[in-house]
Design a protein around this ligand. Sequence first.
Ligand SMILES: [Zn+2]
Length: 464
Amino acid sequence: MKFLISLALGASVLAFGVVARGEIKIVADHNPNESASPAFKFKNVPTPSKNDAATNARFTILDGERDDNGGDLDKLHDGKLPSEEDEPAENFFSNAATEGGRLRVDLGKLIEIKQVNTYSWHPNTRGPQVYKLYAADGKAETFNAQPRKATELEKCGWKLIAKVDTRPKEGEGGGQYGVSISDSDGIIGKYRYLLFDMVRTENDDAFGNTFYSEIDVIGNDSDAGAGAGASEQAFIMHSADGYCEISIDTSAAPTLKDWAENGLAPVLAEWYPKIVAMLPSEAYTVPRQFEVMIRPGKGVAATGGARVTANSTWLQTELAGEAIGELVHEEVHVVQQYGNARRNSPIVTRSPGWLVEGIADYIHWFKYEPQSHGADLIWMRTRRNFSPRYDGSYRVTANFLNWVTEKYDQDLVKQLNAAMRQGKYHEDLWKEHTGHSLHELADEWKAGLEEQLAMPTEPKKQSS
Ligand SMILES: [Zn+2]
């Protein structure tokens, strides 16, 4: 299927895309091999910028792989350009024989984007550019910050901005290309993230991936470079095993910055690999990146995809209490990713919400901070008219899981997790792994608890 707008290339061509909100304008310029120079001068496309909103942005490969013969992602926004037509180390390109990939640019905050400009240079088929540009503000409830290839972008908070294809109708199309995407309104939109869904230019041999030299994002402020500021916005660290990049954004809650960086961050870094080890499953790649956004809001916290949003107002009242543990709970959701199964196949069973939350609270209260007694008998005694239900969700289900695990099967949570991640949860699993049905287990657990709850607590010391 071919659905890309083909731009016939001469000296320069104007093409108009059809995307709502003004008209998206795609200008593509081509300097043929004989006239291309290291100056990257084009007739209509601006020359590459050294200081724009992409300069300090974070570039991430979401899907696909880099070719080690080329430069790393920094080459795309370091303002430096290749000095000759075939200089692999000064370009970024996807690995030979792969089908392009997905690249994300995180600008660090919402900015009004005026232009997105992309540049490439190669003497033959790796010169032209073929990609779709998407953008997101990251606010959609369904937002997925790291959608892989199979993920439909428009269903998870991304908007298609432009389809670019600068391949000529005939010939290899070698030379230098500049593409400038803008909007007739002056502003493409207010976005934080851009996503380049790149496609190779040909399939005749393994070397069809474009040599991208530079990507510029021009913001609306006159001082575009200052508009980026990704580094001053989010605090970035890695999980203890170095696997995952975790960022914490307190720009909307500056009073929590210290706590986030010195209290919360080390715990999330230490616990990510621990949680991953507690919830393994075959053929599953745990997110390599997630983000915690701390800002005033409602409720406590929520996780969608690999993005955690936490209410700073609530956290502020719990700094010495449940704040960190709550975010460990959300971190479990980042590792769980049970939604993937549903996205990838329509024939899956729904993971019960009480169990999803129960596992998160099980890890929070029985693994991370058992000493806080947040879900055991001590906590239950503080509840009025408490009646244990296995599907009571959160702490109550956590208690049930802990009890079944200790009494019947140490690996139960692992098994339930693996099944849910594949969209294969079924009530029979309990019987398979413990020899008892879910309801038998629930009845036994409940009876035991009620018996203990009915017993008088330690008699208070009488002073004499
Ligand atoms: Zn939860």
